[in-house]
Design a protein around this ligand. Structure first.
Ligand SMILES: Nc1ncnc2c1ncn2[C@@H]1O[C@H](COP(=O)(O)OP(=O)(O)OP(=O)(O)O)[C@@H](O)[C@H]1O
Length: 336
């Protein structure tokens, strides 16, 4: 019997974005993983989109912090604030409690970090907390049968990490995780324009450039974008037109590192499962999968079929939500 005075919640706790799915309702929140905190009181003043608007624009008393960095929890107390803020948003009113909670975490986090996430969820009021690893959730989210004796390769390119996994029989057989994701690509864009064009841009501008005109392969036609930054020679704000050729050059090293990690994971895959991957192809999930031409680039590097999942940014929360809705069927993929 479902308790009418409590809700069950699934959370994809990502480096870049955190998404919340409520049982029987679907995804109700999709917010950047960021908290704005008052330095004087130590209290959070905003989370998610509101906090992001303050990022790189705050005065000295307000700081904005991303609790997860490179796929690990960088600041436990801020991660706690984020989880509590999300849970508050998931409850329709103050007397509704939280029953079951399933949280998806990067597979590289330590036992101590896992415990910290569970503690934060419990102190936010959850009665029963379970964790699921990111590539497993992504695989379930895109509809793969993870319980079958067949290998599926998932490449989840998030903000902080790229996680590559071969999944079969409800387990992760091969797990390769590198600390290269969307944030690292943004930073590469910042550095490139600083070095080659004497232009200083902020990380949010770099992300916009990457998403709008970034690519892993040649584009036809190539694209241009007008961006604002600070001219490092004159020291004043300037508008410049940047080209997709420049951005591709900036992203080259990061994209190469992702491809090399995929190749390493393939080399470590047992031959039977490798044969399955050859038949079924590699599935790309996470926001990084949307980088233009990345699927084609990986296809050339691996000589395997490569597919971008539908709506790759929500694959993980959809999988975590599916597990929440049917915990008995997915008991084998959960940890507590
Ligand atoms: N069109 C796009 N092209 C390239 N990158 C994109 C695009 N759209 C989103 N991204 C990138 O995807 C990343 C966010 O992806 P996602 O939400 O899957 O990460 P996350 O789950 O928060 O991170 P992690 O898995 O590392 O914890 C950001 O770095 C964002 O810039």
């Amino acid at each position: 019997m479902r308790n009418p005075f409590s809700v069950d919640v699934a959370i994809d706790l990502g480096t870049a974005n955190t998404l919340v799915h409520v049982r029987d309702q679907g995804i109700i929140m999709n917010e950047p993983s960021i908290v704005a905190r008052d330095r004087r009181t130590g209290k959070s003043v905003a989370i998610g989109q509101k906090a992001l608007m303050m990022h790189e624009r705050t005065h000295k008393d307000i700081e904005t912090i991303r609790p997860l960095n490179d796929g690990v929890i960088a600041d436990f107390s801020v991660a706690d604030e984020l989880i509590k803020g999300l849970v508050r948003g998931a409850r329709p009113n103050w007397f509704t409690g939280i029953g079951r909670m399933v949280i998806c975490v990067p597979s590289g986090i330590t036992e101590v970090e896992r415990r910290a996430v569970i503690d934060a969820a419990r102190s936010a009021g959850a009665k029963d907390v379970k964790l699921i690893d990111e590539p497993m959730a992504a695989a379930i989210g895109i509809g793969l049968r993870v319980d079958e004796p067949v290998g599926n390769m998932i490449v989840d390119i998030g903000g902080g990490t790229t996680e590559i996994a071969v999944i079969a029989l409800n387990g992760i057989v091969i797990d390769e995780s590198i600390r290269v994701g969307g944030n690292e690509l943004d930073e590469a864009v910042v550095q490139y324009f600083k070095k080659h064009h004497n232009l200083l841009i902020g990380s949010r501008t770099a992300e916009r450039i990457k998403c709008e005109i970034g690519s892993a392969q040649k584009l036809d036609p190539e694209l241009e974008l007008s961006v604002k930054g600070r001219d490092l020679v004159t020291g004043v704000p300037k508008t410049r037109v940047v080209t997709s050729e420049d951005v591709r050059e900036a992203l080259r090293q990061g994209v190469n590192q992702i491809a090399a990690a995929v190749v390493r994971a393939l080399e470590g895959t047992p031959p039977e499962l490798g044969g399955d991957v050859l038949d079924r192809g590699i599935m790309l999930t996470g926001g990084g999968a949307l980088l233009k031409g990345l699927d084609e680039y990986l296809r050339e590097r691996t000589e395997l079929p490569v597919f971008v999942a539908d709506d790759p940014l929500t694959a993980v929360v959809r999988g975590t939500g599916r597990v929440l809705e049917d915990p008995e069927a997915y008991a084998a993929v959960l940890t507590s």
